[in-house]
Design a protein around this ligand. Structure first.
Ligand SMILES: [Mn+2]
Length: 418
């Protein structure tokens, strides 16, 4: 059966929209691409006649139709349980446009960003982070429980929304990168009445996101005017990318070499894996002025000493802070659902207070949680622990709002309350 007679069958034609059918029919005379000659750089052409060329980034034209701008609470019941209502991040309201963020004086916009390529297929990390079943205790919308350490319920203290997912191309990271950068800058560009800007929190997706996420923030805060605290088992400055400029293994190198971030404005914590972190890479770190605190240093000096150094270094730097949290920094005993797990990592009881204290610094302007791949975890702890990291950052931001010092602990919960 030829393609044309196959398409001629009424059953198949009914499944295809008219425009798509017309497009497919023209395949009888393919627009052939010339073979690549020796010594010629391969150029992958895009087919702008493909009706799905930009469908992945087209906005609905009725996003704001018939409503005032502002966050939309899509939950019907005032109080409720994790198994009720519609899943969003923490069951919080949704926002669809920058006008919604502005009108709602939104402090924090959480959104997903899926980056696809051969080694990092779609992770469904953002969708699983919205799924109440994976972490019920954190989803009691309507009666948010205050954290014991701060005494604050961050979701009541701050205007937090689910901002959906950033547009990403289904096949190409290269095409997606500028769109994600634009999306981050759009969110971070919202000026609030209290003088702050909306904080984007990006849920990934592979660590290639660090490049457009940080670049998008520098579009708002200025090139060279951002510091990064980078949690990772790997240094992510691999010199090789099989000819591809941006990969999950090199965002740190690209950001520094392209001048978005100064090497001395980067602090790395938790490094231990050989991937993306050989001794040549360590030499590059030193030449570029990065501060790095490897697990070997924790082994020698102890956790508390290293944590104190990280906090002191960030405070001394003073620039607007972007927190890049690759969940593989945590030991795979706690987060097995990730792409490059590396044993010997941070415990959750170490990660949680450090993240809380970093986010309690007043100058946090963005955060990403990347490399979550729930399908590699037959249980639920990867999502549960990733959400705990996110929650502790929100807790820290709420502390900053109340001018609580980063090492604050509610007096009733320490020393028998004395
Ligand atoms: Mn990484």
């Amino acid at each position: 059966m030829t393609l044309r007679t196959l398409l001629g069958s009424a059953a198949l034609a009914a499944l295809l929209p008219c425009a798509t059918l017309a497009q497919v029919m023209s395949l009888d005379e393919p627009d052939e691409q010339a073979p690549i000659q020796d010594g010629e750089e391969p150029l992958i052409r895009m087919n702008k006649d493909d009706p799905s060329y930009d469908v992945w980034k087209l906005l609905r034209d009725d996003l704001s139709k018939g409503r005032e701008p502002g966050p939309i609470n899509i939950q019907r019941l005032r109080g409720g349980f994790p198994w009720q209502g519609m899943p969003t991040f923490f069951h919080m309201p949704v926002a669809l446009t920058p006008e919604d963020l502005k009108a709602g004086e939104v402090d924090i916009a959480i959104f997903g960003a899926e980056m696809y390529n051969g080694m990092r297929v779609q992770s469904y990390g953002p969708m699983e982070m919205r799924a109440p079943m994976k972490s019920e205790v954190y989803h009691n919308w309507g009666f948010h429980m205050p954290e014991l350490d701060s005494g604050l319920a961050a979701l009541d203290e701050l205007n937090v929304v689910d901002y959906g997912n950033a547009p990403v191309h289904p096949l190409s990271m290269e095409i997606s990168i500028p769109e994600v950068r634009k999306f981050v800058a759009e969110v971070a560009g919202i000026e609030l009445e209290n003088g702050n800007r909306t904080i984007p929190i990006i849920i990934g997706g592979g660590h290639v996101l660090m490049y457009p996420d940080a670049a998008g923030l520098t579009d708002v805060y200025g090139k060279g005017n951002l510091q990064i605290i980078h949690f990772d088992a790997h240094a992510d400055q691999a010199p090789v990318g099989f000819g591809v400029y941006n990969t999950h293994g090199n965002p740190v190198r690209r950001l520094v070499e392209e001048g978005f971030i100064n090497g001395e404005d980067i602090i790395q914590i938790g490094l231990r894996g050989p991937n993306s972190t050989d001794l040549n890479g360590v030499a590059w770190n030193r030449e570029s002025g990065l501060r790095y605190h490897m697990m070997a240093e924790v082994e020698r000096r102890g956790w508390q000493a290293v944590m104190d150094d990280v906090l002191a270094e960030a405070r001394a730097n003073g620039k607007p802070l972007f927190l890049s949290f690759d969940i593989d920094v945590v030991d795979p005993a706690f987060i097995p659902g990730t792409s490059t797990p590396e044993p010997g990592g941070m415990y959750m009881r170490e990660a949680l207070p450090l993240v809380r204290r970093i986010c309690a610094e007043n100058n946090l302007v963005g955060m990403e949680i990347v490399e979550l791949r729930p399908e590699r975890d037959p249980g639920y702890i990867s999502v549960q622990n990733s959400k705990a990291i996110l929650r502790q950052c929100l807790n820290g931001i709420a502390m900053a709002k109340h001018n609580l010092p980063d090492n604050y602990l509610h007096p009733d919960i320490v020393d028998d309350g004395k």
